[in-house]
Write a protein that binds this ligand. Structure first.
Ligand SMILES: *Cc1c(COP(=O)(O)O)cnc(C)c1O
Length: 436
């Protein structure tokens, strides 16, 4: 499989270049040169397969020319080591729980797969790879944990000293080994600027092989296709149902993976993009105009994105046709008050506790089902465990959130971060010392 750039489709690179480079030099995003349709026999019998077999079939269709089957099987076995259960909530409403990984958010899926794939791609090169990641939360913890103890790869996570929750800091900064956590005296934008400057610093690139691990890397999207098929596997007689899936969205990587799954044959009729008040995509879906703007802070903060990067991929999948996109995709957006009310209402009615991101998706799905009675089956993605956002959720439901053991274990560990200014020369000096 070759990959092209969404900015210039005549650019073609190998899997290795797309994954280790991250972003094409023309600032587009890499896409597979074609999206293979899976065999009908496979699509008809998802419910007689197991999750790992499904993952392997999909990965082979996309990456089978580049990675031998046995290696791909190992990568999947190692990376996809937790399930994505589909849980019935109420009439026509189910949730696909994506938070059963080590850091309790769906980003574990992409990060764990990316780390193993990168390790495979550099295995014979003999040169260490250093990954830089700027984070304000979920991405950093998923990447740090996903790459922990992976041979040949060092990870440096930069996080803003002030604006991070204690849980998130513990998940990023307590690991050690090949994971270094830098606590930057500045905000998220300072962290991101340091990473971007380093990635373009030819002086550094002479002695270090640097790359990033942010959500625009195509190899984070590929494993996210797996769990859409896993959702249907868990529904009986899915071929005779009218199914709609609602995805809580920020940078739109998760939804892009869903639309790619549909192109591969996922038997789902429609998707819904649900956002918080950062609603540029829902507005595009009704108006046809895409108008990025600065992000606004909300309680579903992993979706506070004003200019979603994967939108370019969605346009690419549909040849920029608004009409074609509208056919597959509806949009909805919600305020923080509506989100809090949804969490309270569902907890009260059923005992199921949503996190703020899943709550936005729950609202998007239930509103859609109310207006579209022909859909008999709805699925919304729950992208994080409510314990990750307990400061928001507990006051709303009026009682403590159950903290899973794997999160408690982080809370007992000691933070080992290195404090650093937001000046680039300090960061550069640190990187050069590390390379020697
Ligand atoms: C990152 C994140 C999202 C948004 O996912 P995108 O792929 O960027 O749209 C939603 N929920 C949670 C909990 C996240 O961490």
């Amino acid at each position: 499989m070759k990959f092209y750039s969404t900015t210039d489709r005549s650019v073609r690179v190998t899997l290795r270049e797309a994954v280790l480079g991250g972003m094409p030099p023309d600032k587009g995003l890499y896409m597979p040169e074609f999206i293979p349709r899976l065999p009908q026999s496979f699509l008809n019998s998802l419910d007689s397969s197991d999750y790992q077999t499904i993952c392997l079939e999909i990965a082979q269709a996309l990456l089978g020319d580049d990675i031998p089957s046995a290696a791909l099987q190992n990568i999947i076995h190692d990376a996809i080591n937790f399930g994505t259960p589909l849980v019935w909530i109420e009439d026509r409403v189910n949730t696909l729980e994506l938070f059963h990984g080590p850091t309790l958010a769906f980003k574990d899926v992409g990060a764990r797969f990316m780390s193993r794939l990168m390790a495979f791609l550099i295995k014979d090169s003999g040169q260490k790879l250093t990954i830089l990641v700027a984070t304000s939360g979920d991405t950093g913890s998923a990447v740090a944990n996903g790459f922990y103890d992976i041979p040949g790869i060092d990870v440096i996570v930069l996080y803003p000293a002030a604006k991070i929750s204690q849980i998130q800091e513990k998940q990023i900064a307590t690991l050690g080994k090949n994971i270094t956590a830098l606590k930057i005296d500045g905000n998220f934008d300072d962290c991101q600027r340091l990473v971007k400057t380093a990635l373009a610093d030819s002086d550094l690139l002479r002695s270090l092989r640097l790359t990033s691990a942010n959500s625009i890397n195509i190899c984070r999207l590929i494993p996210q296709i797996f769990y859409y098929f896993n959702a249907l596997r868990q529904i009986g007689d899915y071929l005779s149902r009218e199914i709609v899936i609602c995805v809580p969205s920020g940078n739109f990587g998760n939804l892009t993976a869903g639309l790619m799954a549909k192109k591969m044959g996922l038997p789902v009729q429609r998707f819904i993009a649900a956002t918080n008040i950062n609603h540029v995509v829902p507005v595009y879906l009704t108006s046809g105009t895409f108008a990025p703007r600065p992000s606004v802070q909300t309680i579903s903060n992993a979706m506070d994105v004003g200019d979603p990067s994967n939108f370019a991929r969605i346009l690419d999948l549909y040849n920029s046709s608004w009409k074609a996109i509208q056919k597959d995709l509806a949009g909805a957006y919600y305020t923080d008050d509506e989100t809090r009310q949804a969490i309270a209402r569902l907890a009260h009615k059923t005992g199921y506790v949503l996190d703020p991101h899943g709550a936005v998706a729950y609202l998007g799905l239930t509103d859609y089902l109310a207006q579209n009675p022909r859909f008999d089956t709805g699925i919304f993605l729950e992208t994080a465990h409510p314990a990750k956002f307990k400061d928001i959720v507990e006051p709303v439901i009026g009682k403590p959130v159950n903290i899973p053991l794997r999160l408690k274990k982080f809370l007992d560990r000691e933070i080992k971060s290195i404090s650093m200014s937001h000046r680039y020369p300090d960061f550069k000096e640190f990187l050069l010392l590390k390379s020697n």
